[in-house]
Design a protein around this ligand. Sequence first.
Ligand code: FPP
Length: 247
Amino acid sequence: MRKIDNRTLAQMGLNPDLPKHVAIIMDGNGRWASKKLLPRTYGHREGMERLTGLVRFVSDIGIESLTLYAFSTENWKRPQHEIDALFGLLIEYFDKQIAELHKNGVRITLLGDDVRFSEEVRQAIRNATTITKGNRGLKLNLALNYGSRAEILRAAKSIVEDVNRGILLPENIDEHEFESRLYTSNLPQVDLVIRTGGEQRLSNFLLYQAAYAELIFVKDYWPDFSDDRFIEVLREFQNRNRRYGGL
Ligand code: FPP
């Protein structure tokens, strides 16, 4: 629920016209740890701490929707112990945070396919999404086992199936119909994509949804991406001139 009023926003150098939907590629946990001569999994733990803090801030500031790229379809190529550590952190995150998230009206959803997860992980996600289902505050969308190409193919296949079954006419296939079959169907348009860690690419994240999003790349590794840096990014967003192809 929103806790920061317009006056406080102004003190941060922000106007009330915040992006409705922010999506973040949380990159750089491994490099953050290596720089400190620590195992990569320490970086992920710090990453989880930062995620916890930023979600709190995003909820307080009153942004409607936050999508976090937490595990991509390509991340299965990582060593098993790192995959296990990441999902262990996810379970820990829900265990520790669900009460506060629920109290603050956060609604958790999964973007991605849960078939490859262990029963324990699936249960943790199901639990978090079920408890928070009716909430009206921040929409917190975790992209897990998510890949944008797979998502687009899935939508295309479901359209073909419905056409073959005679319940959808080809002439009725439009953007709205297509978007209703993406994981993001109930979310506002993505206004802002942030990637931490210094790389400048989308890495199979929200390729369709980011069509008109502003892209902002920051050098900080994810564990170092502070609330203050996030405010700077929001200021940059508000200074951009969004034309959507017009003049
Ligand atoms: C990228 O860092 C980050 C990830 C692959 C996962 C993001 C995970 C977290 C923020 C913590 C997990 C917590 C939850 C609740 C899901 P990287 O390993 O690719 O970093 P590198 O590019 O420096 O190697």
